[in-house]
Design a protein around this ligand. Structure first.
Ligand code: DAT
Ligand code: MG
Length: 132
């Protein structure tokens, strides 16, 4: 089975959305194979988002993702990366369809509730960063 890495960001944890978000993945058919509440230090945040480290919003992104606890999960299922991204919705919640997690719960790209890996290679990388 394929695996992906999904993380409810600090805004989602603060707003009490972990249960609802986990339920969506379970209802879709994913199996939770690992999970934890954790807090990123700046080093982990900078490594996780290193592909964005030249962007003007990088500092704000690192501040935000380290601002409080996150709920990190390893999910297993067929085409896990693609199916999870479909449930999550577009990066900018303004573009995310109703029925997706970002479409239903977020309005701002800088606090868009949830992360999901974008490729099998990045899923493996992120799983090893958070669960080792
Ligand atoms: P995704 O999270 O959909 O994979 P990404 O990897 O391109 O999107 O970006 C990672 C995160 O960075 C994204 O979830 C929110 C933040 N971000 C992206 N573009 C942004 C922007 N223009 N302004 C502020 N934050 C942004
Ligand atoms: Mg991404």
């Amino acid at each position: 089975m394929d695996k992906t890495f999904v993380m409810v960001k600090p805004d989602g944890v603060e707003r009490g959305l972990v249960g609802k978000i986990v339920a969506r993945f379970e209802e879709k058919g994913f199996k939770i194979v690992d999970a934890k509440l954790t807090k990123l230090d700046r080093k982990l945040a900078e490594v996780h988002y290193e592909h964005l480290n030249t962007k003007p919003f990088f500092g704000e992104l690192v501040d935000f993702i380290t601002s409080g606890p996150v709920f990190a999960m390893v999910l297993e299922g067929k085409d896990a990366v693609q199916n999870a991204r479909s449930l999550i919705g577009a990066t900018n919640p303004t573009d995310a369809s109703a029925g997706t997690i970002r479409g239903d719960y977020a309005t701002d790209v800088a606090s868009n509730i949830i992360h999901g890996s974008d490729s099998d290679e990045n899923a493996a990388r992120e799983i090893s960063l958070y669960f080792h």
